[in-house]
Design a protein around this ligand. Structure first.
Ligand SMILES: Cc1ncc(COP(=O)(O)O)c(C=O)c1O
Length: 451
């Protein structure tokens, strides 16, 4: 069985976490923690630690409905021309983050795609990225017919190991794309230092890091461009949606124009400044984002407090290592709560069985990403007619030689994820998570699949 998270598994886990509409965060029902009614693991037929759901997602209130209806009745659903809500959200989000400009897009992938175009990344160029990320970070590089150059992961933080970036830079490198995975900021001091030394622009993939901060500055505003996703599972969500942040007026002008078919600054219907495409956000999405945004700070505070408490509990369990944060992190965006599982402390219970046992105890979870750098489709793309026209066999062979990321391979075998919605409830939800893990550990020897 493939124990890595699939989109379906991920969504199943999300809906498990988001099931049970009608329960609010503070009222989540739960069964008594184990010990009080027998300790038999739920996977062996015992009573689960938890039978109630974690907080539902997304949260919909009257203000969301009102804003949505306002757009509906305005009949201005498309932003072309001016776009009242889209423009308002762009100004608000830029101000919130401390950037000069924001351009909204149809999704996070198109925000990254637009950013690469803004930097002129194309065939023959190399782009540096981590292997521990969602496939979109890679896909946009391949869409430009550039070469993705993976830099291994720091397993302790789940982030790109910024110490290893410089060794991957050569005359073809055009850009560095760090990803603040799970909301946990990358070591931006090191990224910016090496970028400055080699005069390389930085695109921050902040798609999972809406409230992340590095030395009191919001992530996405540290590099040349920063990108967000507002897809349904994200901490700020409008079903789909994306945004690009920058403080560079030329990059802003490019992005604004590119996502609107290359129209000029005046936005005139048939006056084009460049080649572009349609990646526009709708007025509906922006109106919803403006309302959802009113809750982001409070939700983020609850997640941070719960995560801090959970980390304290989990650090006491041998074999469980919560993701560490770098010293410069002043705020973790907690899109995911990530930890490493060491089966040696669980009577050699394989991770897949640990995850199943945890789910049965009523704790939604996932094993996270599989090694992106080893995806078969990359080799297929690099072997395609278009790539073969642009890159010599020697160049592709060299790329393959440098493609190993052994630390990331290990991480993909030991990672465990909990989802942001699970951090939105009362503190006792964290007690349940820790108790379920302790219960599995107590019984780990009995849970090993019989051979
Ligand atoms: C790290 C990362 N980058 C990019 C994306 C792409 O965003 P979207 O799904 O909005 O296109 C995502 C979304 O899941 C992501 O998690």
């Amino acid at each position: 069985m493939d124990e890595h998270v699939t989109r379906r598994h991920f969504l199943r886990s999300m809906s498990a976490g988001a099931a049970g509409l009608g329960f609010t965060a503070g009222l989540t029902p739960r069964v008594a923690a184990s010990g009080s009614s027998g300790d038999k693991p739920a996977i062996l037929g015992g009573k689960p630690v938890r039978t109630g759901p974690f907080p539902a997602w997304p949260i919909v209130r009257e203000n969301d409905e009102k804003a949505w209806m306002e757009v509906l009745h305005s009949k201005d659903w498309c932003r072309a021309g001016n776009g009242h809500f889209t423009t308002n959200f762009e100004e608000t989000w830029a101000r919130t983050l401390g950037a000069k400009y924001c351009v909204v897009t149809s999704c996070g992938t198109t925000a990254l795609y637009t950013s690469l175009n803004a930097l002129g990344v194309g065939p023959g160029d190399e782009v540096i990225l981590p292997p521990y990320t969602f496939v979109a970070t890679l896909n946009v590089i391949l869409m430009q017919h550039a070469l993705p150059v993976f830099v291994d992961t720091d397993r302790e933080t789940f982030q790109i190991d910024a110490h290893k970036i410089e060794a991957k830079i050569n005359s073809r490198t055009r850009c560095i794309m760090p990803v603040h995975l799970g909301g946990n900021p990358v070591n931006m001091d090191l990224v910016l230092e090496v970028a400055k030394k080699h005069k390389l622009p930085v695109i921050e993939d902040a798609c999972q890091a809406h409230t992340g901060e590095w030395r009191r500055r919001r992530v996405s505003t540290l590099g040349d461009l920063g990108c967000f996703s507002f897809q349904a599972t994200k901490n700020l969500n409008s079903g789909e949606g994306g945004a690009i942040l920058t403080s560079d007026s030329a990059l802003h002008e490019f992005c604004k124009s590119f996502q609107d078919q290359g129209r000029g600054p005046a936005g005139a219907a048939f006056a084009y400044a460049r080649q572009g495409t349609n990646l526009r956000m709708t007025e509906f999405q922006a109106a919803l984002l403006l309302q959802q945004l009113t809750r982001v700070e409070e939700q983020s505070r609850v997640r941070e407090q719960n995560a801090q408490y959970l980390t304290k509990l989990l650090r006491e369990i041998p074999g469980i290592s919560p993701a560490r944060m770098y010293e410069g992190t002043t705020r973790n965006g907690y899109h995911l709560y990530m930890l490493r599982y060491d089966q040696a402390h669980f009577a050699d219970l394989p991770r897949a069985r640990f995850l199943d046992a945890l789910e049965k105890e009523g704790i939604p979870c996932a094993g996270g990403y599989s090694p992106l750098n080893k995806e078969r489709f990359i080799k297929e793309t690099l072997g395609s007619r278009v790539y073969r026209k642009m890159y010599s066999e020697r160049e592709i062979a060299e790329w393959e030689k440098g493609n190993a990321c052994p630390e990331n391979d290990k991480l993909c075998e030991e990672a465990v994820w909990f989802f942001q919605t699970m951090l939105l409830g009362p503190r006792r939800d964290m007690d349940d998570i820790a108790e379920a893990i302790r219960k599995i550990q107590r019984h780990a020897g009995e849970l090993r699949p019989q051979s």
